[in-house]
Design a protein. Structure first.
Length: 203
């Protein structure tokens, strides 16, 4: 059972975007699948495979994938893979910590490597930052790599040897300008600095 809990924790880590909601870690996790194919939990190898319309929820975190594979090595380092397809990509959504902002993304494969502090979105990858329901920033590429240690995101045209890694691959980043500050208060009537009349003066 401990291995199963570890596997579920790794599944949540597959979608570890920047500044994810910390409170999610203490929330109960639910993993469901369509049941059309058998899910496999290997207690000896500390691994698990979930197949068929897999939905993982934990607090504000939500992952959808056709297949999820998770594992943990003897050193406690974890690997997670969420698989989709071009027609039905793997997706995630999670609230950013302490803010009314959300991170969401999708790709044909989402990978998490705890040893490398890295999350990769592979194949027709999209990453969006939202404030409420409004998209504030977004990135599109064949490959998006997020380094959780340095809080940096790299965009690539694809993995070497794949069709998407050709020189023709393009990446796109859209930065939405912040809403302008409220207009400054209109100035009042001009005040003249007149000298105070001397005592006894008739002026």
């Amino acid at each position: 059972m401990a291995a199963l809990c570890t596997a579920l924790a790794v599944a949540a880590a597959v979608a570890g975007p920047a500044h994810a909601e910390r409170a999610d870690r203490s929330k109960p996790m639910s993993v469901t699948s369509s049941g059309g194919n058998p899910d496999v939990v290997d207690l000896k190898k500390h691994s698990a495979v979930f197949i068929g319309n897999v939905i993982i929820t934990q607090g504000t975190l939500e992952i959808h994938a056709d297949r999820v594979e998770v594992s943990e090595d003897p050193d406690g380092q974890r690997l997670g893979f969420a698989y989709g397809s071009p027609e039905h990509p793997a997706t995630f959504r999670q609230k950013r910590d302490g803010e009314d902002e959300y991170s969401e993304g999708d790709s044909t494969r989402i990978e998490y490597d705890s040893a490398a502090n890295r999350v990769r979105f592979v194949g027709a990858a999209h990453l969006r930052m939202l404030k409420g329901t409004v998209v504030t920033d977004q990135a599109n590429a064949a490959l998006i790599t997020y380094d959780t240690a340095t809080d940096t995101i790299k965009l690539g045209s694809g993995e070497a040897g794949t069709a998407s890694s050709s020189a023709g691959g393009r990446t796109t980043v859209v930065f939405t300008p912040k809403a302008p500050a409220s207009s400054a208060k209109a100035p009042g009537p001009l005040k003249l600095d007149t000298p105070t009349p001397a005592p006894g003066s008739t002026k």
